[in-house]
Design a protein around this ligand. Structure first.
Ligand SMILES: C[S@@+](CC[C@H](N)C(=O)[O-])C[C@H]1O[C@@H](n2cnc3c(N)ncnc32)[C@H](O)[C@@H]1O
Length: 215
């Protein structure tokens, strides 16, 4: 039996300059996206990122001849990314919870990194802190809902890759990778978990996790 890849080593290098309004704290490096696009996609494939952020998935997809689609809730990030994409009309400003209403085509591949929430925080990033939706349980429930919609948007057999980190705040530990995996598994099948070791890491950030799901 062929052994599945469980550890990869990728340089923690950002090739694109930072936007004027923020650093690169939320971005994964282009090399990570390139690795998975080479493995799972071919030219012309439709590549989706429902939490597009600073657009790494979309930029690399476009460079590699795939067609990018995405959603980003933050207006500054949305405008910065759309302004540099050839397929700018495929990036929508809005809420990933509305995926099904936005008129996207079925996707071949999805790679994303969702907004993080530590379990002891009340501020739920998926609802811009709205107190009606406060707390980690509601965050996880909404993540499950959103990835259910991502699953509906994928072609049969499509791969969905979720990059995430476990969180340490003093003595409080949030097993975010496990918790996200559990809610996403309600609508997609977990195939593998890859540890990504960063070459030339920044202090305190040596590795990350990529969960590989299939529709
Ligand atoms: C971790 S960042 C993604 C970074 C991205 N992978 C990159 O390399 O640039 C998560 C993004 O999700 C966005 N976001 C948060 N809630 C959202 C929602 N409900 N719908 C769409 N985007 C959302 C945040 O504004 C943030 O830019």
């Amino acid at each position: 039996m062929q052994q599945k890849e469980t550890l990869i080593k990728i340089p923690f290098t950002h090739e694109r300059a930072n936007p004027p309004f923020e650093g690169d704290d939320i971005r994964y490096p282009e090399g990570l996206v390139r690795h998975f696009l080479k493995t799972y996609t071919k030219a012309g494939d439709k590549v989706f990122d429902p939490f597009a952020g600073l657009g790494t998935t979309l930029f690399v997809a476009e460079e590699m001849g795939r067609t990018p689609y995405g959603i980003e809730a933050d207006r500054n990030r949305f405008e910065w990314v759309a302004g540099q994409l050839e397929h700018w009309q495929n990036l929508l400003h809005g809420d990933a919870a509305k995926i099904g209403t936005l008129g996207f085509p079925k996707m071949d591949f999805c790679m994303t990194s969702p907004p993080y929430m530590p379990k002891h925080h009340k501020w739920n990033p998926l609802f811009a802190g709205n107190p009606k939706h406060a707390g980690y349980d509601k965050y996880l429930k909404q993540m499950g809902r959103i990835f259910g919609l991502v699953a509906d948007q994928m072609k049969k057999g499509g791969i969905v890759i979720v990059q995430a980190d476990n969180l340490h705040h003093g003595h409080i530990y949030t097993p975010l990778v496990r918790d996200l995996s559990q809610v996403i598994e309600k609508s997609l099948t977990l195939q593998n978990e890859i540890i990504v070791e960063w070459l030339n890491p920044k202090p305190g950030y040596t590795h990350t996790h990529c969960l590989i799901f299939k529709k």
